[in-house]
Design a protein around this ligand. Sequence first.
Ligand SMILES: Cc1cc2nc3c(=O)[nH]c(=O)nc-3n(C[C@H](O)[C@H](O)[C@H](O)COP(=O)(O)OP(=O)(O)OC[C@H]3O[C@@H](n4cnc5c(N)ncnc54)[C@H](O)[C@@H]3O)c2cc1C
Length: 371
Amino acid sequence: MGLSVAYHLAEQGTRNVIVVDKSYLCGGASGRNGGGIRAQWSSETNVVLMQESIRMCRVFARRMKINVWFRQGGYLFLARTLPMQRTLEASVALQRECGVRTEMLTPAQAAKIVPELDTNQLVAASYNPDDGVVFPWPFVWGFANAAEKYGVKVLPFHEVIGIRTRGTAIESVVLRNDVREFSIATSRVVNAAGAWSPTVAKLVGIELPNKPHRHEICSSEPLKPWLKPLVADLSDGLYFSQSTRGEIVGGIGQSYVPHGLNQESSFAFLGKYARSLARTCPALGAVKVLRQWAGCYDLTPDANPIFGPVKEIDEFYQVSGFMGHGFMMAPIVGKRLADHLAHGNQEPLFERWRLSRFAEGKLLSEGMILG
Ligand SMILES: Cc1cc2nc3c(=O)[nH]c(=O)nc-3n(C[C@H](O)[C@H](O)[C@H](O)COP(=O)(O)OP(=O)(O)OC[C@H]3O[C@@H](n4cnc5c(N)ncnc54)[C@H](O)[C@@H]3O)c2cc1C
């Protein structure tokens, strides 16, 4: 998110943009995710944003001069119950109104796309051929390299430890690296610290309702290419796709995991994932896992982000709370924030995704959340 904002700012001619990260550039969720990119959502806002983000992903490699292994094999959502089927049907109707090519499928039609699926317990599926997957690391590097070419300073291993204010105005950001502490004078800060964003917001006295939540993922031994779409099951949050290197990369929802900044892997995850994967696609039961890792989702109480200025501090912008879909939204969300910062564009998302909606009790909803 931070790199996308910075890149789009600098591309439009804004100077003196600095991105700081307390870790290496792929140390947060953006270097640990499944790379899934989809327009299959249940709210018009998310569908329309993702149509634009997918368009941006299509030209990303050419613009940034880096191969991000973007492949549009579609997303195949599976429904195992009638209520789940109704959720998919309502979402598909909305997506089609927005011009997305999603279709409802019978289990037999789903099996034409993935013949290895066990369709016995399926009642329906939905499929959008334009959804896809990227390899996250080059995507992050692509934003960073291109931003640097436009003059952005990207400083990994620099932790924000303080933000000095006078009244409601920001004066400077205090940083720490492994050698020293120093400050950078600025009147504007964008908090794109993902699962750590509540800690950073607290530095200016802002309480965010976001909670970090570990999400695990794993990658198998490489197989001959056979799986075209990313397959996702809303009932338990299972998802898996095949990377261009042949690995099956996937994860599953773990609602039992307590909130916390925990990026450790667990054996319990492997058991849960393996059972669900083998139920969905029995042939994968014999495939060996080569690597597992974890990252943190940045959860908000209504599964929608917090985006835009806050009332209490001038020029302090929030861009966090993107749960399991911040990677796919970063291109368009970063651009929208940069357009506002550079040109003062009116941004309707600021109202929809305002922080104050939680205190006002005006929560949003989104039915197509995975994980
Ligand atoms: C396992 C997993 C699978 C996922 N799968 C998908 C998917 O398929 N598709 C999708 O769209 N999304 C997916 N997501 C979600 C997605 O990865 C995130 O929503 C997105 O990467 C968030 O980006 P961000 O820039 O907000 O946060 P991050 O990428 O986490 O970046 C925040 C950065 O802030 C830095 N930071 C924190 N505190 C400080 C500080 N005090 N000073 C300086 N720097 C600081 C951190 O080091 C970190 O690098 C997944 C997430 C996980 C964990």
